[in-house]
Design a protein around this ligand. Structure first.
Ligand code: NDP
Length: 284
């Protein structure tokens, strides 16, 4: 069984980005800047945001954090985004999700300049992905999963791929990416899928992103499959995935651990997207 180690690959990617930034800064260019907006005090979001800020610092990206009160209005939030959209020194804008329920998340995402949309959630970037264009920004988690599979030479061309979970940030863009270059045959499952096992057990590559701890058991996975576990669930202070790793690992060709699989790749791709936006400004 091959362990798809996202931590090791993410570190390699971060070192590459760091070297590239040092090189450009030594030639007199300013460092890249990522604005990170957190609304409210959701503890999990605070952890994610602090990790992103720390990783930015590690590679030489300036992070410009905005910690905003939970009761901020839609208009106030959009005004801040508007000012960052117009600021030439800001390369990327990230709004940590979820937002409080009084805020319309889709409208906030649409308000971000698509060229600064480091998360790749803006409809323009989603549309570019859906229509097979290469000039958009890819969402970090699916992008990171593709990089991880490539690193381990996992052939995806024409494979049967099953994705469990159909969210806008993971499941749907993941399906589009597998369709785009890899020409995989993709099935997306969700809560209304009848007989989940009948789908998952046919998958050459199974990607699971549901937020249901240990949803995928060994008898739901084909022997020799590649399994990617996106889930992050906290149980008794421990982080577990959506896949019953201990039992599933016995029958697969390759599998991501949780933690240490998809999570670090997501942050690495955020840094990559920020760097790529910044570099494009100076080289195009
Ligand atoms: P959402 O809650 O937005 O979406 C969950 C999806 O899973 C929905 O499509 C839902 O179906 C489906 N689903 C839920 N229960 C079942 C079930 N029993 N059977 C089949 N499908 C089911 O979650 P996200 O996509 O945002 O995140 C999913 C998980 O991935 C979470 O644990 C999250 O923390 C983690 N995550 C990890 C990241 C990382 O970097 N490692 C990044 C982003 C998320 P329906 O559409 O019908 O509601």
């Amino acid at each position: 069984m091959i362990l798809l180690d996202g931590k090791v690959l993410a570190q390699k990617i971060k070192e590459d980005i760091k070297k590239n930034i040092e090189n450009l800064v030594s030639k007199g260019y300013r460092p890249p800047t990522l604005s990170v907006i957190l609304v409210g005090d959701n503890p999990a979001s605070q952890i994610y945001v602090n990790k992103k800020i720390k990783d930015c610092q590690e590679v030489g990206i300036n992070s410009k954090p905005f910690f905003l009160p939970r009761d901020i209005t839609q208009l106030e939030l959009e005004e801040l985004i508007g000012s960052l959209n117009g600021d030439d020194e800001v390369d990327g804008i990230l709004v940590q999700l979820p937002l409080p329920s009084h805020i319309n998340t889709l409208e906030v995402i649409e308000y971000i300049n698509p060229k600064k949309d480091v998360d790749g959630f803006h409809p323009e970037n989603v549309g570019k992905l859906a229509t097979g264009r290469d000039d958009g920004i890819l969402p970090c988690t699916p992008y990171g999963i593709m990089r991880l599979l490539q690193e381990y030479n996992i052939d995806t061309f024409g494979k049967d791929v099953v994705i469990v979970g159909a969210s806008n940030i993971v499941g749907k863009p993941m399906a589009l990416l597998f369709l785009k270059d890899e020409k995989s045959t993709v099935t997306i499952c969700h809560k209304n899928t009848r007989d989940l096992k009948s789908h998952t057990s046919k998958a050459d590559i199974l990607v699971v992103a549901t937020g249901v701890p240990h949803l995928i058991k060994a008898d739901m996975v084909k022997k020799g499959a590649v399994v990617v576990d996106v889930g992050i669930n906290r149980i008794d202070g421990k982080i577990v995935g959506d896949v019953d790793f201990e039992n599933v690992k016995e029958k697969v060709y390759a599998i991501t651990p949780v933690p240490g699989g998809v999570g670090p790749m997501t942050v690495a791709m955020l840094l990559q997207n920020t760097f790529d936006i910044y570099k494009r400004k100076f080289t195009s």
